[in-house]
Write a protein that binds this ligand. Structure first.
Ligand SMILES: [Fe+2]
Length: 312
């Protein structure tokens, strides 16, 4: 999801329900908006077909997401409900972290309603329905990933008691948004932030610059991340079962406590104990020389991808 922040005092805007949802009002999308979806869909599918995990592609098929035009989320929810018990609702924008977690815990994914304009095809000022629905929803048709997302929401609600949102945000960031998975054919993409970005789809898998490191829960929770450009490290899971095994069976309270005395790690670091699949040159990040591509300035609400605080 895109829309979460940590201002617990805020009330839903006029017209939104108490849980921040609004009607998608699918009939009001224009033909240009539907065409923008179709264009993005074709571009990204072409790029992803050999680079994304097969579960993503089967999710697109199961939900018939390529039927043309912006998906009607009532239809998607009906299909998703039968597959995994999830549904998708639209929200007007920022949603407080607690509401975001509660939705996930209740198997509801909240998505932005709007779609970028044709002029913004390569970037968007904030996550739109293409990022949220194309990027996130196909994997919700996969039972294990669906369970992971619910568990994340439950963990998020608990994290509020431990002042641990930052650590938990790193887990979301390095899995749900920017995760890779090892397959027989090498690493593939499953994170929505990569899946919905043409440039990062190539960079994450094929550039020599970033590290690709085997997933480890505590390692990930210690690792800061970039919000202004491509990631300097991608964490690679073995399977969704592995991700669930490493997270669902864990009592996070002692994990948070154990991490309290630890310093956080910079996004480029490789530790001796890491299971490094690829130690990156970091040439891309170094070449930026203080001039990042400016995702954050172009995408000022990127930080709303996650429950914040967002401390890189
Ligand atoms: Fe997202």
């Amino acid at each position: 999801m895109s829309s979460a922040h940590n201002d617990f005092r805020q009330s839903p805007p006029p017209g939104a329900n108490a849980d921040w949802t609004i009607p998608q009002d699918w009939a009001s999308y224009t033909s240009l908006e539907h065409a923008t979806w179709d264009r993005l869909y074709r571009l990204q599918l072409d790029l992803l077909k050999d680079r994304v995990v097969p579960e993503f592609l089967s999710g697109l098929d199961l939900l018939d997401m390529g039927r043309g035009g912006i998906p009607d989320l009532q239809q998607i929810s009906k299909q998703l409900m039968q597959l995994t018990g999830w549904r998708v609702e639209t929200v007007p924008g920022l949603v407080p972290a607690e509401d975001f977690f509660r939705h996930l815990a209740n198997r509801t994914f909240v998505a932005g309603r709007f779609i970028r304009t044709p002029e913004q095809i390569d970037y968007i000022p904030e996550p739109d329905i293409f990022h949220d629905v194309f990027g996130h929803v196909p994997l919700l048709a996969h039972p294990m990933f669906a369970n992971y997302m619910q568990a994340y929401g439950e963990g998020g609600l608990r994290s509020l008691q431990f002042n641990a949102i930052e650590k938990l945000s790193r887990l979301y960031w390095y899995t749900v948004e920017f995760g890779l998975m090892q397959t027989q054919d090498g690493p593939k993409i499953y994170g929505a932030g990569v899946v919905s970005s043409a440039t990062e789809s190539l960079f994450a898998l094929e550039s020599n610059s970033p590290n690709r490191i085997g997933f480890d829960l505590q390692r990930v929770m210690r690792t800061r991340y970039r919000i202004d450009d491509f990631q300097q490290t991608y964490f690679v899971i073995d399977s969704f079962k592995d991700l669930l095994d490493q997270t669902l069976s864990v009592d996070f309270a002692p994990v948070y406590k154990g991490l309290d005395g630890e310093t956080s790690l910079t996004p480029d670091l490789v530790l001796a104990e890491d299971k490094a699949l690829h130690i990156g040159s970091q040439s891309y990040a170094r070449a930026l020389d203080g001039h990042p591509r400016g995702i954050l300035s172009r995408w000022p609400a990127l930080k709303t991808l996650l429950p914040v605080p967002f401390l890189p």
